[in-house]
Design a protein around this ligand. Structure first.
Ligand code: SF4
Ligand code: SF4
Length: 355
């Protein structure tokens, strides 16, 4: 009986965001059973991402209002629902697996869940992440990589995104936290994922992150860039968050790296050009690149494979001879992200054929 219920839950989650596809091994059901009790799964199945008050939900489901309010509060506290408190009215809604159920376990994840999620990410979810990457995975270069004469749109400028965000919350990167729990992670900074606006408020309300001002957020971003983390805001002009991660630990980036042409799959408006007259063959750029986009030619000079370059800019500022220049794609290839995260979600759902 409970397997039927959790399969129904898997199918509902498969409609949202990147989806939550079934696997042959059934590992996704183990993840759901680890996260939800039977009661919680039943209530989640009655909700949608549209936010509702406990009274509205209670009326719709024939529940006692107080009982509904208690259950919803408890589930939001466990990272199983999104909640938004506006003028002391709290509303709740269902969430996707990513970004949602997985990331909201940031203060609760244990080794068992980390192991289940890592197995799932290496199974069907890897393809789900890669096939929606053009809507889900946006990469922008941080300002150290951008030449001064290069005009950059505000939604492509990480500092501008931080400046606009209120509040800014920083939280631990779930991908690197998971890898570390499984003794596979790198030693780069972990507290580097930013949440903005109502998503930031959700993190604050549930003690999942801490509020930082623009100065501290800028320092965290600069350190992440120095350490070689790729800056990835949500694919909208008003993103709900901005992650910084590496090609080894990050689920979406590592999935992208396993494909031959990551540049075609990601939402990015940049690429790099290398001046071989200036290159000394030091290989620093090769080490910095998270997409294996740079190789040495027979003369031991760096060359970039544009099918693999996602325009993150990590190789630019560390080239000792300034041989690498960040370029903006031509107007025919330049993409403007949708205005809001809701539009991003709808675009993703359309591309997956679920609406
Ligand atoms: S970092 Fe610069 S100098 Fe060193 S190999 Fe790369 S392009 Fe050449
Ligand atoms: S070559 Fe690699 S490090 Fe440089 S911008 Fe492209 S993807 Fe980023």
């Amino acid at each position: 009986m409970s397997d039927v219920l959790f399969r129904k839950l898997q199918k509902q989650l498969d409609q949202y965001s990147l989806g939550f596809p079934a696997t042959e091994s059934g590992i996704e059901i183990k993840i759901l059973k680890k996260l939800f009790s039977v009661d919680e799964a039943e209530l989640f199945l009655q909700l949608s991402p549209r936010l509702e008050t406990p009274d509205e939900i209670a009326l719709r489901l024939g529940m006692d209002s107080q009982e509904a309010a208690n259950k919803l509060r408890e589930m939001a506290g466990k990272g199983l629902l999104f909640s938004l408190n506006r003028k002391d009215v709290i509303r709740y809604g269902a969430i996707p697996f990513v970004h949602g159920l997985f990331e909201f376990q940031v203060t609760r994840i244990d080794t068992e869940l980390a192991d289940l999620v890592r197995q799932y990410m290496n199974d069907s979810f890897r393809n789900a992440m890669a096939s929606s990457a053009s809507h889900f995975l946006r990469v922008i270069p941080v300002h150290q990589s951008v030449p001064v004469q290069h005009k950059i749109a505000p939604y492509e400028d990480a500092i501008e995104l931080l400046r606009k965000a209120k509040p800014i919350v920083v939280t631990e990167c779930m991908c690197r936290k998971t890898s570390k729990m499984l003794d596979k992670g790198c030693d780069k900074s972990r507290e580097v994922c930013f949440m903005f606006g109502s998503m930031a408020q959700y993190y604050l309300d549930h003690d999942m992150g801490r509020e930082v001002d623009l100065a501290e957020a800028s320092r965290i971003l600069a350190k992440a860039h120095d350490e070689g983390l790729v800056t990835q805001p949500a694919t909208s002009r008003n993103p709900s968050g901005m992650c910084n991660c590496c090609g080894d630990c990050c689920g979406p980036l590592s999935s992208l790296r396993s494909y031959p042409k990551p540049a075609e799959m990601v939402f990015s408006n940049h690429f790099v050009k290398i001046d071989d007259g200036l290159c000394t063959g030091c290989r620093t750029c090769m080490d910095r690149c998270q997409m294996d986009a740079i190789q040495m030619n027979s003369s031991d000079l760096a060359i970039v494979n544009l099918d693999r370059c996602i325009g993150c800019g990590l190789c630019v500022g560390t080239c000792p001879t300034e041989a690498i220049t960040l370029m903006q794609k031509s107007s025919g290839q330049y993409q403007v992200p949708p205005e809001t995260t809701m539009e991003q979600m709808l675009n993703m759902a359309r591309s997956r054929g679920v609406i």
